[in-house]
Every structure is written in structure tokens, then in C-alpha cells.
Design a protein around this ligand. Structure first.
Ligand code: ATP
Ligand code: MG
Length: 139
């Protein structure tokens, strides 16, 4: 089934000039970019985006990290894109991620893991709307 999901290139990857490699990996894996932009999240936006983790001990460090530099959110589209992109991204901890996943290739720590990807269809829909207007997504 054709699906859309949200992927964010996080500040650590942008600082290390990995955005191009990550986009190439996504395209080579058969997915298409539907919309893309570069943003700097405010503290409030980062707190809202990762609101499900509000009570976790890593929350304030996560918010600080996500606001430490620009991010590149994008809508990624393709066959089973939600699950497929999560697979391509790999486990949260780069050390535990399967070989050749984005986090195994370029992630450095459990926090600085280069990318975010929506974890289910419902999150994907919500997270796409967080960053993009419907009219900015190329059909
Ligand atoms: P994401 O939501 O960014 O795609 P994920 O779904 O693999 O990642 P989550 O459990 O949703 O993992 O955690 C969100 C983010 O919080 C992680 O990607 C990572 O940047 C950070 N994080 C998660 N667990 C830890 C931890 N134990 N210590 C530090 N940072 C963490
Ligand atoms: Mg998550």
C-alpha cells in the first residue's frame, strides 16, 4: 500500500553534512520525497513534537538536542513507507541497529541518532501536519 511518513534529519546529521547521504539512501531504497524544508525548532515546538516522552528522564536533553541546530523534516512516500522507513532508519541505539541502516551507518549515540521516523500510520499523519500544509505536499 502506498503510504506517507515523516522523517526528520536531526541536528547532529546536519552538522556533520550527512543530509545528502541520508536523502540518497532514502531514494536508493525506493522511496520518494514528497515535501522537504529546513527549520530550527523552538523549545515549545520540540517539546510538543516529542510530547509522548515528556515524563522520560531523557526528555530535557532530547529537547535541547533537537533545538541545538537546524532540522530537515520531510514527507517520504512509497510502498509501506511507515514500516519501511522505520526499518531503513534502524534501532534507536545505533549500536543495536542492523547493518546498513541509517543509524548504524551514521548514528553516534542513542540521542545523536541522525534521524527521526514516524512509528505508525497515525503518528505519521499527525507529524506530517505538524510540519507541512497539505498544499505544500506534491501529489
Ligand atoms: P524517533 O522518535 O526520534 O524516531 P525512536 O522512535 O527510535 O526515535 P523514541 O523512543 O521515540 O525512539 O525516542 C525519541 C528520541 O529520544 C530518540 O530518537 C533519541 O534521540 C532520544 N532517546 C531515546 N531514548 C534515549 C535515551 N535512553 N537516552 C537519550 N536519548 C534517548
Ligand atoms: Mg519515536
Amino acid at each position: 500500500m502506498q503510504e506517507q511518513t515523516l522523517l526528520i534529519i536531526k541536528p547532529d546529521a546536519i552538522e556533520r553534512h550527512l543530509a545528502g547521504k541520508i536523502i540518497q539512501k532514502i531514494e536508493e531504497s525506493g522511496f520518494e520525497i514528497g515535501a522537504i524544508k529546513k527549520v530550527v525548532l523552538t523549545k515549545k515546538q520540540a517539546e510538543a513534537f516529542y510530547g509522548v516522552h515528556r515524563d522520560k528522564e531523557f526528555f530535557s536533553d532530547l529537547v535541547e538536542f533537537m533545538t541545538s541546530g537546524p532540522c530537515i523534516p520531510m514527507v517520504v512516500r512509497g510502498e509501506n513507507a511507515v514500516h519501511g522507513i522505520r526499518e531503513l532508519v534502524g534501532a534507536t541505539d545505533p549500536e543495536k541497529a542492523y547493518e546498513n541502516t541509517i543509524r548504524a551507518l551514521w548514528g553516534t549515540t542513542i540521542r545523536k541518532n541522525c534521524v527521526h521516523a514516524s512509528d505508525c500510520e497515525k503518528s505519521a499523519e499527525k507529524e506530517i501536519c505538524f510540519f507541512f500544509d497539505l498544499c505544500s505536499i506534491v501529489i
